[in-house]
Design a protein around this ligand. Structure first.
Ligand SMILES: Cc1cc2nc3c(=O)[nH]c(=O)nc-3n(C[C@H](O)[C@H](O)[C@H](O)COP(=O)(O)OP(=O)(O)OC[C@H]3O[C@@H](n4cnc5c(N)ncnc54)[C@H](O)[C@@H]3O)c2cc1C
Length: 468
């Protein structure tokens, strides 16, 4: 029987375990999953407070990436999948203290409708002129990677970076457009530029094609009725309870006699294969002895910390809020908050009709700057900034407030990330029986993490089948 260790009990590690279950039941495989904390699920955590569903970590996933919805359906949660309420989707950008709606037809930062963008106060006239000129943007001579900020600035100018690209990326990666790789983070845009030169022209062509296909647009985001933790709570009972070790931090992973020795606490165990399903810096630490070169590459993948704050308010505050999904704050506004979601609008099932549920977000340097403060002090900052942005309704104390801190949990794919992944893959292949999963590689969202866990399981099954 092949023995496999899975290190990390977040959604990546759990997906790997689930993918090994069939082989375990058939007696071909035995696996042990090590999780350092008392809980399985990693950053997927949901609290139910006064009738509200409060997400501590991710609140949904992008519908376009199928792996999370497919897994949910496979687990019998198909009827629990809910789409974002896109009929009411308005996202505001804070500009000089005022909330300005993102104009209709913007695809990320690419305008596809002339009138709404032309009349929007979100952009200055010089940026609007750049948008018109962008339609004649030539093909790019160079082929190398660059930062998202550099690409957006070449096409639309610095204001577009500050007001759109940077806030949009902060909301997803908790990182800055100036340091994120365009090829890793926005591969579609890099490809559109390569093929068309102009992003505007490429997007218009893509829209035309979509219209011809005549498919109804799926909601942008999908989630689960009872919150993201519902996924974890459904996966875990499908796994073999005896294979799941919590409060079991792994200290080292070493090659030994053609197999792997995994040490956790006072105990070491021998396995034929290991799936490391951890944030890259934690994976780097574990692999530092068996492959210093692989460890160094993993350690070079940056991570940023983030804080989410969930706040519940009464009907009066709900009525005072603008419609829409929430707002993003450009760094130039000098606030500490990066974003706030009006959860009761984005996912109406998540709050009773007489409640407003807000989810506020700090990340990167903004999170580091408040990290040492108490929960009460962070809540006071959030309330103060919400009052400045949304008005007097926010003088009232919230009905509840919760602060969730996530240390170094979000990968930042820097310029050259894809080349680093090639080097990582070459080094990994020199270590038979090792597979890597998690958010450090090709997508930080929940669907991509699920995919990496499933792929890692297939890799070790194939490898161990070949070697037996
Ligand atoms: C605040 C926040 C909001 C997010 N929002 C979204 C969103 O809306 N949509 C979306 O798609 N994605 C979102 N993401 C990203 C996504 O949730 C994560 O990338 C994904 O869940 C990571 O899963 P994982 O299993 O790879 O890692 P983790 O969830 O970090 O799990 C890793 C696990 O490994 C354990 N561990 C660490 N070291 C050891 C060790 N030595 N031994 C044993 N166990 C160890 C940890 O305790 C942890 O449980 C968000 C992330 C954060 C932090």
């Amino acid at each position: 029987m092949t023995r496999i260790a899975i290190i990390g009990g977040g959604i990546s590690g759990l997906s790997a375990a689930l993918a090994l279950e069939e082989a375990r039941r058939s007696g071909a495989v035995d696996y042990t999953l090590y999780e350092s904390s008392p809980h399985l699920g990693g950053v997927l955590r949901t609290e139910h407070i006064q009738g509200c569903i409060v997400e501590a970590g991710p609140d949904s996933f992008i519908s376009e990436k199928p792996w999370a919805a497919d897994l949910s359906r496979m687990l019998g949660l198909g009827d629990q999948l809910i789409g974002s309420n896109d009929a009411d989707r308005i996202t505001y950008i804070l500009v000089r203290g005022r909330l300005i709606p993102m104009p209709d037809g913007l695809m990320f930062m690419v305008p596809t409708k002339i009138l709404p963008t032309g009349f929007s106060p979100l952009f200055s006239w010089s940026t609007k002129l750049r948008m018109a000129q962008e339609l004649f943007h030539p093909l790019r001579g160079a082929d190398g990677d660059e930062s998202v900020a550099s690409m957006v600035e070449r096409h639309y100018g610095a204001e577009m970076v500050d007001r759109l690209a940077d806030p949009l990326l902060s909301g997803v990666y908790g990182g800055e457009a100036a340091s994120l790789s365009v090829r890793a983070v926005l591969p579609r845009f890099a490809e559109m530029e390569r093929a068309h030169g102009s992003l505007g022209r490429a997007m218009l062509a893509a829209r035309k094609k979509m219209r011809r296909n005549n498919k109804p647009a799926a909601p942008l985001f999908t989630s689960l009725k009872n919150g993201m933790q519902q996924l974890v709570e459904t996966v875990v009972p499908r796994l073999n309870a005896g294979s799941l070790l919590t409060n079991a931090p792994v200290q080292s992973v070493q090659r030994e006699g053609g197999g792997w020795m995994v040490s956790a606490g006072m105990k070491s165990d021998r396995f034929d294969a290991v799936i490391v399903a951890l944030p890259a810096p934690a994976a780097a630490q574990l692999l530092s002895i068996c492959s210093p070169a692989l460890s160094a590459e993993l350690a070079a993948i940056d991570y940023s910390s983030s804080i989410t704050v969930g706040l519940g308010y009464d009907r009066e505050v709900r009525q005072s809020l603008p419609p829409g999904f929430g707002f993003l704050v450009p760094r130039s506004e000098g606030k500490r908050l990066l974003a706030a979601t009006f959860v009761h609008n984005k996912f109406p099932h998540r709050a009773p009709e007489d409640r407003a549920l807000l989810r506020c977000f700090f990340a990167g340097s903004n999170a580091e700057n408040v990290w040492q403060l108490s929960d009460d002090a962070i809540i006071a900052i959030v309330r103060n900034e919400l009052r400045q942005v949304l008005g007097v309704g926010f003088r009232a104390a919230p009905l509840f407030a919760r602060v969730y801190r996530w240390k170094s949990a979000m990968a930042q794919y820097g310029v050259g990330h894809l080349e680093r992944l090639d080097r990582i893959e070459r080094l990994r292949q020199q270590l038979p029986g090792l597979a890597l999963a998690g958010n450090g590689f090709r997508g930080i969202g929940v669907p991509d993490c699920i995919r990496t866990g499933q792929t890692a399981a297939t890799q070790v099954l194939n490898q161990t089948a070949l070697s037996s």
